[in-house]
Each structure stands twice: as structure tokens, then as C-alpha cells.
Design a protein. Structure first.
Length: 439
């Protein structure tokens, strides 16, 4: 594998793409450390140090996707999260709104318009999330329990607030632009690469925090044990992510003039984890809503006490059970809206394709739906177990909370993006008659 990387750097055009991608990554990480105007850097660092010793699960997901820039309140504080949310919303609306569904079927031109809509929605979401973040920071609720939390934004004038929101929105637009530059002129999908870098940036600090809080051999036993568990989880995730059910498809021969077309055999690859990491993101976001409502509520009602006792800490049985069931539900929900068996069956019938032993048309759609439901069950259970590993298996180690680096969301994204990027580099190497990563 290292030899393949060396050969990639020896190829002039691949070397330019790799160096360009690395340069964009450096710019992205630099922006994640530049504070927003109007923020007290000293007070932020004081509260961040205190928050790292506790559990900031309420903003943990967004903070992870921003590479730690959210709690630092930098110009890239919102990170890639607004774009991810906008992409998911547009994908869901494509099933509901006929106009978007028609654009999707138009091919490249329609996809270009949907991408433009995604950009507009990203900016709108960035304004909303930036306003919420500034309001949370001004009220002191961003770091609950920190003595200087209310002094993070010393000047709370309207002009300062607007300046902070505009800066964060511009930072989100810049992140989106950097991601598109990587897609066009670099290696891999730009948004996925930036997401990969944001998550990987938190690994060293989280691992070192585990070492410092450990008690066995000055924390080194906990440190290496967690790394070993991380390697095992990566191997498991790679195994399941590569697993797929291949549905054989045969195309009948057709005579057009004097030429014969068709007669080939292919297959439809149905992945075991067809939904990817989306169900985990959906479930995490939905579980943050009760804690968010309770945090901003000033009443002492019984419902607030119940939520704080059961749904704020991730190690409560109610939280664990709800989280697991939501992941399973969203796995089936997302697969149902992203893969349409009837559309696939109609396309196969249109081009003369059929599954051996299955009649074309409605029986094919029913068969595909049956197979998809069968393989979605183990996929959804796998997602739920991977997401709960930090809570169930690593509760004895310091820092092993929902935002642990080898947790479900981070590992799924790291492995998924890594596999796709390696495959793209390998394909470009093979096009130039070099050996790829797989021999």
C-alpha cells in the first residue's frame, strides 16, 4: 500500500491532485482555529478545558463534524454540518416533491440544479445555526457550569451579534467551496474528505485524554487497550461495509438491424448497510432535541427533571434503548426512500433485463423488496451495536462517552470515506498501468 502511494506521487497529475487536496486540508484546519470577531479567546479556552473533562453531549455531534471548531467558536465553527443537513433534506424532499423528482431523472443538468438548491439551503441553515450558536454563547448555555460562560461574548450589541453570524455563515460558504474544489481538482469527494479530516483531528486529543485519566501503568494500559479495540472495530466495519448481496440480472438479446445487443449478465449490488451513517446521524440529532429543550427551559417542572435524568447522560438504559430503536427505525426508513424497487424493476423491464426465475415487472419489484428487507435487518442491528460500543464496552475508560473517537458515527465515516478515496486512487493508478492497492 505504501508502495502504491509512492507510485501515486511519482505520477505527475496524481501528485498535483494529492498536493492540491493536502493544501485545501491545511486551509480548512487553519480556519478552524481563527476565532470569530467579538469572542473572548481566553474565556473560551477556559470553558473548553472544563468541558473536555465533562460530557458536552448536547453539542457533541456538531462539534465532532466541525473538528472541534464549534466549541472554539471559530470562523469554521459550523463546519460541514449545514451542508450535510441540506443534502439530507433535499434527498428526502426528492421523494415528496414531483418537481425535484423530475430534476433527478433529467441526469446531469437536473443534478446541477439540485446541487444549486443545496447550496442555497446550506446558507439559510448556516444563518439559522449561526444565530442559535451566538445566542447560546451569549446566554452562557454553551458551557453550562463554566464560571466565565456568560463572558464569552463581552460585547453583546446587535452589531457584534450580526457580525458574528455573518462571519460564521461566510465560513460555512467557504467550507462548501473548499469541498467542491477538492471534488473538481483533487482526490475523492470534497465534502467527505473535509468530514474525514474534521473527525480525525479529534483522535489524538481524545486518546491522550484517556491516557491521562487512566490508572493502570500511568494510563498506558488503557491507552493501548482502546487502540486495540479501535483496530478490531475498524476491521469489523470494513467487513460489513464491503458485504453485499448480488442479485443476478440477465439481459435478453435484441436484434437492431444486423447487430445484436444484450445477452449479457450482470448483477444488482445490495449492500448490507444500505443506509450508511445516515440513521446514526438522524437518531443522534433527534435525541438532542429533548435535552436542548430542557436546557433552555427555566421551569422546574417534572418533565424537565425526568428528561435531565434519563436523556441527557448517554449511559442511562432509557437513552440506550431509545437510541438503538431509533437507529433501527431510521435504517429502514432511509432505505425505503433511497431505493425504489418498483423503479428498478421498471428500468430492467424497459431494457429487457430480468432476474433468473423471477418474472419481469411487479414480481421483480416484490422480490427486490423482500431481499432488501431481509438484509436491512442485520445492517440496522449492526449500526445500532456499533453506535452503542462507546457506552456499553468502553464505559470503564476515561473519556469513553458518545463522542469517543472509536464511536459509531466517527468510525463509520472514517472507514467509509477512507475506502472510497483509496478505491479512487487505485482506479487512477490502474488506468496508468500501475499496480493498485489490492494485488
Amino acid at each position: 500500500m505504501l508502495t502504491a502511494f509512492a507510485r501515486a506521487f511519482k505520477t505527475p497529475d496524481l501528485r498535483k491532485k494529492l498536493l492540491f487536496t493536502l493544501a485545501i486540508i491545511v486551509l480548512y484546519r487553519l480556519g478552524a482555529h481563527i476565532p470569530v470577531p467579538g469572542v473572548s479567546y481566553e474565556n473560551v479556552q477556559t470553558c473548553v478545558d472544563a468541558a473536555q473533562k465533562g460530557n458536552n453531549g448536547l453539542f457533541g455531534l456538531v462539534n465532532m463534524f466541525s473538528g472541534g471548531a464549534l466549541l472554539q467558536i471559530t470562523i469554521f465553527a459550523l463546519g460541514i454540518m449545514p451542508y450535510i443537513t441540506a443534502s439530507i433534506i433535499l434527498q428526502l424532499l426528492t421523494v415528496v416533491i414531483p418537481r425535484l423528482e423530475a430534476l433527478k431523472k433529467e441526469g446531469q443538468s437536473g443534478q446541477t440544479k439540485i446541487t444549486q438548491y443545496t447550496r442555497y439551503l446550506t446558507v439559510a441553515l448556516a444563518v439559522l445555526q449561526g444565530t442559535g450558536l451566538v445566542a447560546t454563547a451569549r446566554s452562557g448555555a454553551l458551557f453550562s457550569g463554566c464560571p466565565v460562560a456568560s463572558e464569552i461574548v463581552p460585547n453583546q450589541s446587535i452589531f457584534t451579534t450580526i457580525t458574528m453570524v455573518i462571519t460564521m455563515t461566510a465560513g460555512t460558504a467557504a467550507v462548501m467551496w473548499l469541498g467542491e474544489l477538492i471534488t473538481d481538482r483533487g482526490i475523492g469527494n470534497g465534502m467527505s474528505i473535509l468530514m474525514f479530516i474534521s473527525i480525525a483531528a479529534g483522535f489524538p486529543g481524545a486518546l491522550w485524554a484517556i491516557k491521562q485519566s487512566g490508572t493502570l501503568a500511568q494510563g498506558w494500559i488503557e491507552f493501548f487497550t482502546v487502540i486495540l479495540i479501535g483496530f478490531v472495530m475498524v476491521g469489523l466495519v470494513v467487513f460489513v461495509e464491503q458485504a453485499q448481496r448480488r442479485i443476478p440480472v440477465q439481459y435478453a438479446k435484441r436484434m437492431i438491424g444486423r447487430r445484436s445487443y444484450g445477452g449479457t449478465s450482470t448483477y444488482i449490488p445490495l449492500k448490507v448497510n444500505q443506509a450508511g451513517v445516515i440513521p446514526v446521524i438522524f437518531a443522534s440529532s433527534l435525541l438532542y432535541i429533548p435535552a436542548l429543550v430542557a436546557q433552555f427551559s427555566n421551569s422546574n417542572a417534572g418533565w424537565k427533571t425526568w428528561i435531565e435524568a434519563h436523556f441527557v447522560k448517554g449511559d442511562h438504559p432509557y437513552y440506550i434503548a431509545t437510541y438503538f430503536l431509533l437507529i433501527v427505525f431510521f435504517a429502514f426508513f432511509y432505505v425505503a426512500i433511497s431505493f425504489n424497487p418498483e423503479e428498478v424493476a421498471d428500468n430492467m423491464k424497459k431494457y429487457g433485463g430480468f432476474i433468473p426465475g423471477i418474472r419481469a415487472g411487479r414480481p421483480t419489484a416484490e422480490y427486490l423488496s423482500y431481499v432488501l428487507n431481509r438484509i436491512t435487518w442485520p445492517g440496522s442491528l449492526y449500526l445500532g451495536l456499533i453506535a452503542l460500543v462507546p457506552t456499553l464496552a468502553l464505559a470503564g475508560f476515561g473519556g469513553a462517552n458518545q463522542n469517543f473517537p472509536f464511536g459509531g458515527t466517527s468510525i463509520l465515516i472514517i472507514v467509509g470515506v477512507g475506502l472510497e478515496t483509496v478505491k479512487q486512487i487505485e482506479s487512477q493508478l490502474q488506468q496508468r498501468n500501475y499496480e493498485g492497492f489490492l494485488r
